[in-house]
Design a protein around this ligand. Structure first.
Ligand code: SF4
Ligand code: SF4
Length: 164
């Protein structure tokens, strides 16, 4: 089982040591900016297409939400570090028992998320969106994921040169 607390601590340590230098790197800062914009596009579509409302309703029913505890274990130090670089405060305590550590009462507390968290369409969402709208969503979410991947690659390169 993944030691999520250990990964959070490692991300915080990297952020404390290198956060300012990383954010001072023009290339990484630009990539982070683009990634944030693309995340904003996905979030906007989730609101307009009623995905947010549907997922909130699902979460209120207690049993339905797909933000399972196991998912937190799919995160790694780099993705957590990206969240810290984006100003996210990562909490150490679980708000909702039996669910993902990053889940809050109003939804996910992370900004940069793992691909499952971004583009998973459960049967309820598939039926809500229909085929064409689902395709549109996957394409918007795909752009976010690609931007996240480019940030991750440059961050890994930067850390290899300066930190490891
Ligand atoms: S994606 Fe589906 S299962 Fe997951 S929270 Fe939304 S409605 Fe519920
Ligand atoms: S969307 Fe957020 S709260 Fe839900 S499983 Fe993913 S990281 Fe956890």
């Amino acid at each position: 089982m993944t030691d999520i607390q250990g990964l959070i601590d490692s991300a915080r340590a990297l952020y404390a040591l290198y956060g300012d230098s990383i954010l001072g790197n023009e290339i990484i800062a630009d990539l982070l900016h683009t990634y944030k914009k693309d995340i904003g596009r996905t979030n906007l579509m989730m609101q307009h297409a009623d995905i947010v409302a549907t997922c909130s309703d699902c979460a209120k029913q207690g049993h339905g939400s797909c933000c399972m505890q196991d998912v937190e274990g799919w995160y790694d130090t780099i993705l957590l570090l990206i969240n810290l670089l984006m100003g996210v405060e990562i909490s150490d305590s679980r708000e909702i028992a039996g669910h993902c550590l990053f889940l809050g009462k109003s939804g996910c507390k992370l900004t940069a998320r793992y691909f499952f968290c971004v583009n998973y369409l459960c049967p309820r969402l598939k039926s809500l969106l229909g085929q064409a709208r689902a395709q549109e969503f996957i394409s918007v979410a795909g752009r976010e994921l690609f931007s996240g991947w480019t940030v991750e690659q440059s961050l890994r390169k930067w850390l290899n040169l300066h930190a490891y």
